[in-house]
Design a protein around this ligand. Structure first.
Ligand code: GYE
Length: 360
């Protein structure tokens, strides 16, 4: 397919765009200039070539994300998807994007492993006139992309803090001694979840005994928890895992060390993602609370590309809806202040049937 956007045009488009919450605002779309083409891909029967630089394959969440993008950009739907699993290696991810530029793809989709180090390569995409869409994690040091679809990770972290505060009060637990197993360091998911939770910990005077990187993997979660069980034996009553797979590993490590977790046990266990296997543990009471991060972003991304193909305006940001799942029916809802400074009341979803709550 022919390029539809002149080099440098993207920068001008982005400078004029509105940053909006909840999809309420929009950025002018690429392709408005007819001399650069139009919605020729699907109409002409020519496949639209999309390069996707995926983070890796570290978790259930990630696999769901990959499947969702592959489904959304299938051959049947008129796409030719160039998929690269970057194996959690930032250098490999930048290389993948450069290869997409060389291959002259029509669109580049990036799920950035880390949030910094992007400006040079995004400038190269811009110079080549290839629109970039970012999904899931965010890019902090460059705005040279046309649209982003994903989650507000700071809100997820705040959610876990707000829930823990209300839960501890309801249960009459006064001292909270907390161990955190973080996600991959430098990812916006790790940064937001860490900062959001820490805000509550600081305000409430909770003790964070330690906070280490478990790399969003089951193995990583298990290893960090094994070392925590040795270093902090008998000293902790809360474990926060920044994704479900880490929680699965942490549960194995605690079990081996004779530490009980879950409803009314030694340790309150908190997790993120709310994938099916995670929610099964919420249902069984092994995980006390699980904060959803919605991975099925492929269709949202395809919608943006479709709009760009038609020369329509696209939202600069699209946020996912993310419920809070809990094991017990002791709190109905919780009001907290989100990252945008808004007071939000969140209804807690008690998990009685995991299968009906999660499709991934
Ligand atoms: O929570 C974790 C994955 O970027 C939000 O990455 C994503 C995170 C997700 O590996 O399971």
């Amino acid at each position: 397919m022919k390029k539809r956007i002149f080099a440098g045009l993207l920068t001008a488009i982005m400078a004029a765009s509105l940053v909006a919450c909840g999809g309420s605002g929009s950025a002018p779309a690429a392709g408005g200039d007819d001399s650069s083409g139009g919605a020729d891909g699907k109409d002409s029967g020519e496949a639209i070539v999309v390069g996707f630089a995926q983070v890796g394959h570290e978790s259930d969440w990630r696999n769901a994300s990959t499947n969702s993008v592959k489904d959304a950009f299938s051959k049947d739907k008129g796409y030719d998807l160039q998929f690269v699993d970057c194996d959690n290696d930032s250098a490999k991810q930048i290389e993948a994007v450069r290869q997409f530029i060389q291959d002259d793809v029509d669109y580049i989709v990036i799920d950035p492993i880390v949030s910094t180090g992007w400006d040079t390569v995004l400038t190269e995409c811009d110079d080549a006139g290839i629109p970039v869409i970012v999904i899931d994690r965010t890019i902090e040091d460059s705005k040279k992309y046309i649209s982003w679809v994903g989650s507000e990770f700071m809100n997820e972290g705040l959610a876990s803090g707000a829930w823990l505060k209300a839960y501890a009060e309801a249960k009459g637990i006064k001292d909270l001694n907390i161990l955190v197993i973080e996600g991959s360091n430098g990812s916006s998911a790790q940064i937001g979840r860490t900062d959001g939770f820490k805000k509550y910990a600081d305000e409430e005077g909770w003790t964070i005994l330690d906070s280490q990187d478990g790399d969003f993997t089951q193995d990583g979660g298990q290893k960090v928890m094994e070392s925590y069980c040795k270093s902090y034996a008998g000293k902790f009553n809360v474990v926060v895992c920044q994704n479900d797979n880490e929680a699965f590993g942490a549960m194995d490590a605690m079990k081996a060390a004779g530490v009980s977790y879950g409803v009314d046990k030694d340790v309150i266990l908190i997790s993120f993602d709310a994938c099916k296997a995670g929610l099964e543990y919420v249902q069984s009471g092994d995980i006390n609370a699980d904060f959803m991060c919605y991975p099925l972003q492929g269709e949202y991304c395809a919608k943006i590309i479709d709009q760009l193909e038609k020369g329509e305006e696209v939202d600069k940001q699209t946020f996912m809806q993310e419920p809070w799942y809990v094991a017990e029916d002791i709190l109905k809802d919780i009001t907290y202040t989100n990252n945008a400074g808004e007071e939000v009341t969140e209804e807690l979803v008690q998990v009685t049937d995991a299968a009906s709550q999660a499709s991934y």
